[in-house]
Design a protein around this ligand. Structure first.
Ligand SMILES: Nc1ncnc2c1ncn2[C@@H]1O[C@H](COP(=O)(O)OP(=O)(O)OP(=O)(O)O)[C@@H](O)[C@H]1O
Ligand SMILES: [Mg+2]
Length: 231
């Protein structure tokens, strides 16, 4: 459902993405690992239309979205949860969700979102700035789901969260997968990535250098770690 073929991108003169290839099947979870600065965030920004792709192509369900602006990519069914959550601090939980909602949203009504995140219903009138890190991450995910995406891109969703909250996120991601949403998750937390992912991807120096099923990854983990993940 998602295919990147030989994607190149750069900021200014320095090349960042140097031929990224990636393939994901509908209804699966993919985790992207890699050291700092290798181009993980830039890859999801390229999918989202937030950085200029200078070469290569990006397809969603066969639709070519290369070079499409973010609102067209969103309309093609892609949701984005950026690093750092980026909530409106002065808006309440409900308002943060409502600003993203479209009248056409069918799958993820406010009711369905509060069934997924009961804690947010308890905090419905709290402002963004009054929420814990975990609650903020839940609002950021709920806001992205409010557009009924078929593909959800998440940039380091577990970052800075307590272990208990990270375990809750695992359950949420599995539920989303069971609802048919495809997830591409950038993660530094290897344990978390292993718990959620069907497919593991590893980036290095602007390329996707490794792609394997979770079973294969677990067999090769020591080699992958020493080659691409440890500093
Ligand atoms: N807005 C920008 N302008 C210029 N250079 C940038 C910009 N954003 C990122 N870069 C550079 O592009 C490279 C890739 O950055 P990117 O954020 O994609 O890496 P990353 O794999 O997500 O890293 P991290 O693990 O630190 O989040 C880095 O060298 C970074 O310094
Ligand atoms: Mg990043």
């Amino acid at each position: 459902m998602l295919r990147l073929h030989n994607v190149h991108a750069h900021y200014g003169i320095g090349a960042v993405l140097q031929g990224v290839n990636l393939d994901m099947a509908q209804g699966t979870i993919g985790a992207v690992l890699g050291r700092n600065g290798v181009g993980k965030t830039t890859t999801v920004k390229a999918i989202m239309g937030l950085v200029n792709v200078t070469q290569g192509s990006i397809f969603i369900d066969g639709q070519d979205i290369t070079q499409s602006p973010p609102h067209i990519v969103a309309r093609a069914g892609v949701g984005y949860v950026p690093e750092g959550r980026m909530l409106f601090p002065d808006l309440t939980v409900l308002e943060n969700i409502q600003v993203a909602q479209r009248s056409s949203a069918k799958q993820w009504s406010t009711k369905a979102l509060f069934e997924l995140f009961p804690r947010l219903e308890e905090r419905i009138h709290h402002k963004g700035s009054q929420l814990s890190g975990g609650e903020q991450q839940m609002v950021a995910i709920a806001r992205a789901l409010a557009t009924d995406p078929r593909l959800l891109l998440l940039d380091e969703p577990s970052q800075g969260l307590a272990p208990k909250v990270v375990r809750e996120l695992v359950d949420v991601f599995i539920k989303l997968k069971n609802e048919g949403v495809t997830l591409l998750v950038i993660e530094q937390n290897l344990k978390f990535a292993e718990r959620i992912a069907d497919q593991m991807f590893v980036m290095s120096k602007g390329q996707m250098v490794y792609q394997a099923s979770i079973a294969q990854f677990k067999n090769e983990i020591d080699a992958v770690k020493s080659q691409y993940l440890t500093i």
